[in-house]
Design a protein around this ligand. Structure first.
Ligand code: PEP
Ligand code: MG
Length: 880
């Protein structure tokens, strides 16, 4: 039997998402539960995959099946595809497994041609409407299928309006549209050397191909990369009977969420436009009215829409985003899907739904994307700041952002790469602007509603966004925007508050947000189910405190070199490095000791009762010394100066010589980590002494300390063995001296392949392992972590040589194998060996899933990622 490529809506259901795409599966489900869905059919994602596998040709049987499906639609509606008297018109829309709003193509009113347009006119008794539909169809088809730029069509409409001295499209008559249609056809021929096809069979075939191809357009590819959607899934195509929201004032179209997607509040939330066609609301060309106004204008329709909305939410046990059309007083549902929402809304909805008994705690945990929690930690405006509010728009996505005005997405991306903060200001955004939205701090548009492209995309990315700010007049050509008499140019500073819709002149100080009760509630549920502990990477008391507030259960990595870099300490650190004798060095170390002790004291205090993992000095010493080029310039200047100080010159020349002596060709593979401790044990000894002195002081003050001393970059057990002896020796000395017994442990980082391979031997000397996956990724791939990303890694990812940037998402096959091996070998020697991860991967969702799967004890990440890690760890446990 021939393979089935085409499914009528009545043949599918919500479970068939991977085959029918999200839209298709939900249309089928809604048909099944008796909602007013215009009939149609779905061409499966398998057909899309086959299309790509067969060199861009549709499977042979597919078109026969499409024809059979059309026969059924014709029988249901009494209309005939391509027939002049009773023409059947359809929409053709993409619909992949994951929702990708606006990324792929749509064609409406397909089936119209020079003859059927007359049929439509007769059928509806409205010639102007029929020709308006026809020109829209040619415009969409010309753009999506035949590749003619939008701009040309818009230009021809503007020209016609100019000829007729009118301002609005609605002022154009039937005759005008007929002329426009004629010019559209000429325009298509001019740019493609092909005629606009009159045969509806040819139209549908080409439209299907175009939708399949749109799976691989640039914006869809970028969207997939940002949202980590696999490329191989393909899209389905939904072909559905057209219903018209633009048939007069008893018609309309809209989009509504069953709960507020910004705050999560339980209220119907959305917008509609009277006498408008499907895409007008989403495209943001006209600013729509709030859904509540529908209650006044069409009370019956509003009531039945509310009922359907409730039914859908209960049916899917999730907040729904519903598209509807009213055609001459009859309501149709065109789409339902889980609504995109801000982090705050996601958390509030999840918690409320548990309370309402719609879902349980575990469902709630799986409902919130861990990376969304980041949004909750976004800045808002400092309440005490003076605000010069210059305009107000729709509060489309919460959070505040300041930056320089830019008007083009490319410019936003370019300036961000140069280190500037920018706000992207556009009349409205389109999917082509996605890279600019991604780069900008926030987005401001003068047109469009809460469900416009800019709003939906910014919300998904957790960026501040204001839409529909109509007071702003943007002149893209002059690169300026005017609000009344005020004119702002590209490069001027503004601040936007996406929670209130305020546009503010200048740069406003931003402050950290406070966390809602629901946020805490959700994370408390996460803590009940997760197995992984979550610690933080922090190297000062302020960060440690913040980490604890956000739920860290200790410090997994305190990088002590950050303490060396503090401005006031640099001269002493330099004295230590440049010392020619041991005595000289010890003198400098003596000065550093009380400073380091103070640092550790503050951290122990902040982490009272929790483990604090302190890593001894790691980077090569020359990193603390002045830059050689700058030094050379200073010397040259001194040499040219007639009144130069000879002593000063000598000092600088000696310094330059020493810095040059310390420099290495491959500092990342050079004299760093425990190699420093082995050559200069007095440096490590000072740090160990400071740790134990601070710990002893804390203990006498009633603070509970649990220090873990960590030796970096160990590759051979003997390195660790020697360093461990040093720790024990100094610890014994300080404990005797202070009379305080400190419960400490000594362990190592596993960050070079040899350490993972010989983990069994190393475990003999270690109380714990912490996988330093930044260095382990560097040394496993042989990619410099400082250079690879800027030089070639982004191309590797773009060209899919690597599926992801391995410095962001752990390379499970390669680096992950070494982690797995390290744990296995280490535990084979010491079954209770404590294991954790402290590379950047410890704060990344999928890497955390891996950490759970391989049975690590904890992950450690930057303080602001702790909530994300807690939720990811819970999800990992639940998924298992
Ligand atoms: C690591 O290498 O993963 C690590 C945490 O150490 P650092 O980033 O300080 O080298
Ligand atoms: Mg490292």
């Amino acid at each position: 039997m021939a393979k089935k490529w085409v499914y009528l809506f009545r043949e599918g259901n919500a479970q068939m998402k991977s085959l029918l795409g999200g839209k298709g599966a939900n249309l089928a489900e809604m048909t099944k539960i008796g909602l007013p869905v215009p009939p149609g059919f779905t061409i499966s994602t398998e057909a899309c995959t086959a299309f790509y596998e067969n060199n861009h040709t549709l499977p042979e049987e597919l078109f026969n099946q499409v024809r059979t499906a059309f026969t059924e639609l014709e029988a249901t509606t009494g209309k005939v595809f391509g027939q002049k008297e009773q023409p059947l018109l359809v929409s053709v829309r993409s619909g992949s497994v994951h929702s990708m709003p606006g990324m792929m193509d749509t064609i409406l009113n397909l089936g119209l041609n020079d003859e059927t347009v007359e049929g439509l006119a007769k059928l509806t008794g409205n010639q102007r409407f029929a020709y308006d539909c026809y020109r829209r169809f040619i415009q969409m088809f010309g753009n999506v299928v035949m590749g003619v730029d939008h701009y040309h069509f818009e230009h021809l409409i503007e020209k016609q309006k100019g000829l007729r001295s009118v301002l609005l499209d609605t002022d154009l008559t039937t005759e005008d549209w007929k002329q426009v249609i004629h010019k559209f056809k000429e325009c298509i021929y001019m740019y493609t050397k092909e005629s606009f096809p009159q045969d509806p069979q040819e139209q549908i075939k080409k439209a299907i191909v175009a939708v399949f191809k749109s799976w691989n357009n640039q914006r869809a590819q970028i969207y997939r990369r940002i949202h980590q959607i696999p490329d191989h899934l393909g899209t389905a195509v939904n072909v559905q009977i057209m219903v018209f929201g633009n048939m007069g004032n008893d018609s309309g179209t809209g989009v509504a969420f069953t709960r507020n997607p910004s705050t999560g509040q339980k209220e119907l939330y959305g917008e509609f436009l009277i006498n408008a066609q499907g895409e007008d609301v989403v495209a943001g060309v006209r600013t729509p009215e709030p859904i509540i106004k529908l209650k006044e204008q069409m009370p019956k329709i509003y009531e039945s829409f509310c009922e359907i909305a409730q039914k859908l939410e209960a049916h899917y046990s999730d907040m729904q985003d519903i598209e509807f059309t009213i055609e001459r007083g009859k309501l149709y549902i065109l789409q339902t899907r889980a609504g995109k929402r801000t982090a705050q809304a996601a958390i509030t909805i999840a918690c409320n739904m548990v309370e309402e008994g719609l879902i349980d705690k575990h469902d709630a945990l799986l409902r919130v994307a861990p990376e969304q929690l980041d949004q909750m930690l976004h800045p808002c405006l400092d309440k005490d700041a003076k605000l010069d509010v210059i305009a107000k728009g729709l509060p489309a996505s919460p959070g505040a952002a300041s930056g320089r005005i830019v008007f083009e997405a490319d410019e936003a991306e370019y300036l961000t790469k140069q280190g500037y903060k920018v706000i992207l200001v556009r009349p409205e955004t389109t999917p082509e602007d996605i890279h600019g939205i991604l780069a900008a701090q926030g987005v401001l548009t003068s047109r469009g509603g809460m469900t416009s492209h800019a709003a939906v995309v910014a919300r998904g990315m957790g960026k501040a966004c204001i839409c529909g700010c109509e007071q702003i007049k943007i002149d893209l050509r002059k690169k300026e925007m005017a609000i009344g008499s005020l004119t702002l140019n590209e490069g001027d500073f503004i601040t936007i508050d996406g929670s209130t819709g305020h546009v503010i002149l200048g740069e406003v100080p931003l402050i950290e947000p406070t966390l809602s009760e629901e946020f805490k509630q959700l994370l408390a549920w996460a803590d009940e189910v997760r197995h992984l502990h979550v610690r933080a990477n922090a190297d000062n008391p302020v960060d440690a405190k913040k980490a604890r507030e956000l739920g860290a259960e200790g410090i997994g990595l305190c990088r002590t070199e950050h303490m060396f870099m503090e401005q006031s300490r640099v001269p002493i650190v330099q004295q230590m490095i440049l010392a020619e004798t041991l005595e000289e060095r010890e003198e400098a170390l003596k000065k550093l000791l009380p400073m380091q002790k103070e640092d550790f004291y503050g951290i122990f205090q902040a982490m009272d009762g929790l483990p604090v993992n302190i890593r001894l000095l790691d980077p090569p010493l020359h990193e603390f010394l002045p830059n050689t080029e700058e030094l050379a310039v200073e010397i040259a200047k001194l040499q040219c100066d007639e009144s130069m100080d000879r002593m000063e010159l000598n000092k600088k020349e000696t310094l330059l010589r020493k810095v040059r002596n310390l420099q290495e060709f491959n500092p990342m593979l050079g004299h760093r980590g425990c190699r420093l401790g082995l050559i200069y044990p007095e440096i490590y000894a000072m740090q160990i002494e400071a740790i134990f002195l601070a710990a002893a002081q804390c203990q006498t003050e009633g603070i509970r300390v649990i220090p873990e001393i960590m030796i970096p970059l160990v590759g051979h057990v003997n390195e660790l063995k020697t360093m461990r002896e040093l720790v024990n020796e100094v610890a014994t000395k300080v404990q005797t001296q202070t009379g305080e017994t400190i419960p400490y442990t000594v362990g190592t980082m596993i960050e070079v392949p040899r350490a993972a391979i010989t983990a069994r031997e190393i475990a003999a000397e270690a109380d714990f392992f912490s996988f330093g996956t930044n260095d382990l990724t560097q040394t496993t791939f042989g990619f410099s972590r400082d250079d690879a990303e800027g030089k070639f890694l982004h191309t590797y990812v773009e060209n899919k040589i690597l599926p992801e940037n391995p410095f962001i998402t752990l390379d499970i096959e390669g680096v992950g194998s070494l982690v797995r091996l390290g744990i296995h070998e280490g535990r084979s020697r010491k079954p209770n060996l404590k294991t954790g991860i402290c590379g950047e991967h410890g704060g990344e969702k999928r890497s955390i899933q891996f950490c759970h799967d391989v049975g690590l004890d904890y992950v450690s990440c930057s303080p602001y990622r702790v909530p994300l890690a807690r939720l990811s760890a819970a999800q990992a446990a639940l998924k298992k």
